[in-house]
Design a protein around this ligand. Sequence first.
Ligand code: UDX
Ligand code: UDX
Ligand code: ADP
Length: 461
Amino acid sequence: MVKICCIGAGYVGGPTMAVIALKCPDVEVVVVDISEARIAGWNSDRLPIYEPGLDDVVKRCRGRNLFFSTDVERYVGEADVVFVSVNTPTKTRGLGAGKAADLTYWESAARMIADVSRSDKIVVEKSTVPVKTAEAIEKILAHNGRGVRYQILSNPKFLAEGTAVRDLFAPDRVLIGGRETPEGQAAVKVLKGVYARWVPEDRIITTNLWSAELSKLAANAFLAQRISSVNAISALCEATGADVAEVACSIGKDSRIGPRFLSASVGFGGSCFQKDILNLVYICECYGLPEVAEYWRQVIGINDYQKSRFVNRVVSSMFNTVAGKKVAVLGFAFKKDTGDTRETPAIDVCRGLLGDKAVVSIYDPQVTEEQVRRDLAMRKVAVTTDAYEAARDAHAVCILTEWEDFRSLDYRRMYDVMQKPAFVFDGRNIVDPEKLRDIGFIVYAIGKPLDQWLKDMPAVA
Ligand code: UDX
Ligand code: UDX
Ligand code: ADP
């Protein structure tokens, strides 16, 4: 049976390997990471990432055929299949800064694989990488190979955070790209054999390497485009008196469009969408396709617009100033059921409010105070352990993450401890505006008909 090693014990590598280990009890799976803290976390009772259902999966196979270790070189050396799931942030300086993926971690992982390998290996790209990364990795491995043969596969992750375990148990599809040579196809077959233990064959798609790499970027760009499209319509709804939820429901009934991923919001976040679209934009530019680059760049443009539109709405409805006013922020994670804050719209919204000198008090059920402080670069904010504390003496409440708990908060209790007039700005459309208006709140909800108050205080763009 194959031995699997995964480099990178993050949001992707951890859950993916745990599920492979659970579904393939005879396959040894070792997840390695250079971060001692991360590995210690995976070996403890408090896993380093929060994902519904993950605790149970890890408990069932850790120590049996699932292991977490910092001994990167040893386990990479012993494996037949090496997944690479290291971080690929956007480059912050140099060529392609702000768009291109920073492949530093990837390259050093590849060089390390070449250093320690004594037997042939299948190297699987798991972290999202720009198209043609496999080619670069192949070159590094080939030039340092010392007789060891490598096959590179692209097996992009399609799991979404917050539903990672569910997505891994029953994926819409598993995509495996490989070289169209006999050796390449043999490698594809090995990996296919692993997934086929629990994924129906017709859901395992095999393609060439470049199709697999590009499909990943394209899928995320299409998903993000839907959100930016509905968010663009939300601005028009507010201007006309249409209700974006009604519009989304109507268009979603068209089976060519479908109902999912049409929730208007304060903006999309997460480690994938923006990064992958920027990657796509950069690739288009590199291939001399500026019109295509511009087309996709607009998806991000609308997302930035949506975030700043929200901040403008808050400020303009509160007499054009929030200076010295306490604003409670409910939700900091980029979506519910995760503690992840990468690219969360809450960062931009909080920065905007702080820029206008608001006193910001944040509550999120899964994000730590330390994380909030890191994300807001030490700016002065309070982080509370419950929503009512955040709202005490506040002029406004901004809902930025769609946590289920926020639907059932006692808004009357909150109203009673707030300054008046008391505002709710719902960036996720999870509260019932009419119920809150009955309590006395002035309510703004994305893409919903405006209160008379908000109509009288138009947001300036
Ligand atoms: C459209 C809507 O589909 C229909 O619901 C509405 O009532 C009227 O407008 P129509 O313009 O007749 O209908 O044709 P449609 O099938 O939507 O195609 C529009 C164009 O898109 C055509 O030129 C078609 O060739 C093109 N198309 C469609 C593509 O290029 N690719 C596709 O995948 C689908
Ligand atoms: C995404 C892709 O869905 C997944 O397939 C890929 O593997 C990784 O990137 P993820 O970033 O975990 O997953 O979360 P997702 O559920 O896609 O949400 C992304 C952002 O869009 C979140 O901020 C979410 O709140 C927002 N969103 C989503 C909306 O604003 N409206 C929607 O209708 C759906
Ligand atoms: P993702 O969301 O893609 O999983 P994360 O940042 O959560 O991204 O995880 C990536 C992990 O990869 C981090 O824990 C990091 O320490 C690890 N990592 C990066 N480079 C290497 C390397 N060369 N060897 C081992 N682990 C690495």
